[in-house]
Design a protein around this ligand. Structure first.
Ligand code: AMP
Length: 217
């Protein structure tokens, strides 16, 4: 059965990590709009150039750009049996555009899962994170350091990177955007009978187990 889901939750709440695990477990792609934008910024495309200033300020990129990116991505062959939306929709107009888009294709969302993490935990979670440049494995200064300092556990890579927007200042703006513009999506999807909530303030593998219990086999 197709699985089409949205992972919601605040920045630093673990959506990306969990989306990667679901992707591996169920063979459906993670559609991270943040990753798409970062790729556009690195490639220096017109969208990337426009998005960079907005992202560095911790604000939201325009609905028009985001809906365009997702509409194009969902049309690709690997999304035929499902997808995990990670970081989209982030505003009510994006959610409405997504509803319209899926309706025009005769498909429906199966669930919207909110990964809940209290605000006071997010700043530490975000400002400490870094990833292996070669394989993308995620680490954290406090919660998950490489077994051997400076060497990736997974691929042996020795270069790591931190996101430009993972600093204390920008995190505050990102959290404010989440509460003002994205949190209203929770009642929106609850009203559609799609919302499920998972406590994300626990060990990552316990959170994964809860998600798998929701998603089934
Ligand atoms: P993320 O990797 O999901 O934390 O996204 C990083 C940044 O990309 C956000 O702070 C926004 O500036 C931008 N962004 C990602 N997804 C969206 C979206 N659906 N709508 C607007 N801006 C977005």
């Amino acid at each position: 059965m197709a699985k089409r889901l949205i992972l919601m939750g605040p920045p630093g709440g673990g959506k990306g990590t969990q989306a990667k695990r679901i992707q591996e477990r169920y063979g459906i792609p993670q559609l991270s709009t943040g990753d798409m934008l970062r790729a556009a910024v690195s490639a220096g495309t017109p969208i990337g150039k426009q998005a960079k200033t907005v992202m560095d300020a911790g604000k939201l990129v325009s609905d028009e750009i985001m809906v365009g990116l997702i509409a194009e991505r969902i049309d690709q062959a690997d999304c035929a049996t499902g997808f995990i939306l990670d970081g989209f929709p982030r505003t009510i107009p994006q959610a409405e555009a997504l509803d319209k888009l899926l309706k025009s294709k005769g498909i429906k969302l199966d669930s919207v899962i909110e990964v809940q993490v209290p605000d006071e935990k997010l700043v530490t979670r975000i400002t400490g994170r870094f990833t292996c440049k070669a394989c993308g494995e995620g680490y954290h200064d406090t919660f998950k350091t490489p077994k051997k300092a400076g060497v990736c556990d997974v691929c042996g890579g020795a270069e790591f990177s931190r996101r430009a927007d993972d600093n204390a200042e920008t995190v505050k703006a990102r959290l404010a955007a989440y509460h003002a513009q994205t949190a209203p999506l929770l009642p929106y999807y609850e009203g559609q009978g799609l919302l499920k909530v998972v406590d994300g303030d626990r060990d990552m593998s316990v959170v994964t187990a809860d998600l798998e219990a929701i998603l089934g086999r």
